[in-house]
Design a protein around this ligand. Structure first.
Ligand code: PLP
Length: 400
């Protein structure tokens, strides 16, 4: 059987622009004409292929990017959204109605956590947060109202790895939808091949890769994508988290280099994580044998893309973390900024930034130390040189 190769799948898609352009033309229209009124009616009913109605529903540029991302994830179909949160919230609101229940990993992006914890209860949708690495605890949290099992393949910011095969067995046993946010591990891990029903990305991160755009995508069956886009009942159609066509065109161009970038992010992160571990630092990276789910990641991954670009380094106190990050930024080793997947290294203390929505006592319980720095390692040409310079900062700030 032919091996699944996400990068080849993307590469094999060819789109030309009008007049033979090597990039597809950008659809610069919010609405579309029909030659007959009947075709317009049929399009509203969802009975026409290849006809465009209104760009909140879909546009040629959005469909090109969606198709490429579906190929990347090995799903039948996909729909791009204006942000990662636009994808996450649409999926959860499509799958859950009043009275329903979600079982979610407790270590997830702070915005997703806040949506489940603070927003969904207003719609009478409750969430139980569990340690996703403990399948018995996950199963124990499932009740008769549970509809969704939710996790991140590699969790933000603790870099815990979800056992997607194990979770998909549980989802199947209890007739749940397994929804996986794969933002941290594009190309390395393909959740659909491991049993996920819905795969989500924030395109804002590695996939776009240049920190100049916000975007998201839902990859799933055609039936589910059509549900999301349904003019009468679809969360993507009715809540309006639509990506702009110009943005879809620019993200598609950046997607073309994702395979090269991911290899370099992973190679650089592996180098730094190994050195930092040898230096005696408290470092967590899935590519280290000391990572509790190193073998699990290895069993699930497409090897050539490595273990990803994110490292969690615990320097114990937020004061030390801030001192180190400010000095590294001063030395032009990266930026003190949230987000990830940029050419430049980005670092932030998660507990007081991207995970600050999680109350302090819960942060403590899940092992999120105030001194935890999340690094998104960049595409540095000479990572040995970067390591030496970072080491100097660590010595000067007393981290080492
Ligand atoms: N999922 C993860 C893992 C994230 O880190 C983020 C943002 O930081 C999101 C989703 C949300 O994506 P966006 O900011 O594009 O809405």
């Amino acid at each position: 059987m032919k091996k699944f190769d996400a990068a080849n799948n993307i590469q094999d898609l060819q789109y030309f622009g009008e007049f033979g352009g090597v990039n597809p033309s950008i659809s610069d229209s919010s609405t579309y004409t029909f030659l007959s009124a009947k075709t317009m009616f049929d399009t509203f009913e969802g009975n026409t292929e290849g006809c465009y109605l209104y760009s909140r529903h879909s546009s040629p540029s959005n469909l090109y990017l969606s198709e490429a991302l579906a190929k990347m994830e090995g799903t039948e179909n996909a729909n791009v959204t204006a942000s990662g949160m636009g994808a996450i919230t649409s999926v959860l609101l499509q799958l859950c109605k009043s009275g329903d229940h979600i079982v979610s990993s407790r270590t997830i992006y702070g915005g997703t956590y806040a949506f489940m914890k603070n927003f969904l209860p207003g719609l009478k949708i409750e969430t139980s947060f569990v340690d996703i690495t403990d399948l018995a605890k996950v199963e124990a949290a499932i009740n008769e109202n549970t509809k969704v099992l939710y996790c991140e393949t590699v969790s933000n910011p603790l870099l815990e790895i979800a056992d997607l095969n194990g979770l998909s067995e549980l989802a199947e046993k209890h007739s749940l939808q397994l929804v996986v946010d794969n933002t941290f591990s594009p190309l390395s891990i393909s959740p659909k091949l491991l049993g996920a029903d819905v795969t989500i990305h924030s395109l804002t991160k590695f996939i776009n890769g240049s920190s100049d755009a916000v975007g998201g995508v839902v990859c799933a069956t055609s039936a589910f994508i059509n549900d999301l886009k349904n003019v009468n009942s679809g969360a993507c159609m009715l809540l309006g988290p639509t990506m702009d066509s110009l943005r879809a065109a620019s993200i598609l161009k950046n997607l073309r280099t994702l395979h090269i970038r991911m290899k370099k992010h992973s190679e650089n992160a592996q180098y730094l994580a190994e050195r930092w571990e040898k230096d005696g630092l408290n470092v967590k990276y899935p590519g280290l044998k000391s990572h509790p789910q190193h073998k699990l990641f290895t069993d699930m991954m497409h090897e050539e893309y490595g273990y990803g670009g994110l490292i969690a380094l615990d320097v114990k106190t937020v004061e030390k973390a801030n001192e180190l990050m400010e000095m590294m930024q001063h030395e032009n080793l990266g930026y003190l900024a949230v987000s990830l997947g940029f050419y430049k290294t980005l670092f932030s203390a998660s507990g007081s930034s991207t995970s600050s929505e999680i109350p302090e006592d819960e942060q403590k319980e899940m092992g999120l130390s105030p001194g935890l720095i999340r690094f998104s390692i960049g595409l540095d040409h000479d990572i040995a040189r970067t390591y030496e310079k970072m080491r100097e900062c660590m010595v000067k700030t007393g981290v080492l």
